[in-house]
Design a protein around this ligand. Structure first.
Ligand code: RTP
Ligand code: MG
Length: 139
């Protein structure tokens, strides 16, 4: 039997501050996705730089780094059929002001930066991010 695909999700510091961890987790659970791993993490600037390697040279990166290290986050690995695509659909567009109603960002965020959740954007990104955030899970 082949294993279900996995993705990496970060529930960002704004969601933790606003008491929305349960709301976000509940949406993924009710969808039928399985929580493979979950932990609270204080993101360091070094981990932020590794996670957002594709963005470190961008103008928006310095404030993004300040935000993502501003308090605890909750990191998780989810498994399910087409989980990478499903989580991206459920998260919604990057900018909460433009994200569709019914999505996590569309329902709960009004910000382009403080947008509550991260989801890996491809199977390759998921593999890289799971190895970075959950080395204890092994290869
Ligand atoms: P994520 O990586 O967090 O799942 O979000 P995404 O794919 O929808 O967006 P991405 O382009 O990868 O951007 C990563 C995160 O950077 C912040 N951001 N700020 N112009 C800005 O101020 C700006 N653009 C992006 C957001 O927190 C975004 O989720
Ligand atoms: Mg992204």
């Amino acid at each position: 039997m082949t294993e279900l695909p996995r993705t990496f999700v970060l529930i960002k510091p704004d969601a933790v501050r606003r008491g929305l961890v349960g709301e976000v987790l509940s949406r993924f659970e009710r969808k039928g996705l399985r929580i493979v791993a979950l932990k609270q993490v204080q993101v360091t600037p070094e981990l932020a730089d590794q996670h957002y390697a594709e963005h470190v040279e961008r103008d928006f990166y310095p404030p993004l780094r300040t935000f993502i290290t501003s308090g605890p986050s909750v990191a998780l690995v989810l498994a399910g059929d087409e989980v990478v695509e499903t989580v991206r659909l459920m998260n919604g567009a990057t900018d909460g002001r433009k994200a569709a109603p019914g999505t996590i960002r569309g329902d709960l965020s009004l910000s382009n930066r403080e947008n509550l959740v991260h989801g890996s954007d491809s199977a390759e990104s998921a593999a890289r991010e799971i190895a970075l955030w959950f080395p204890e899970l092994g290869a």
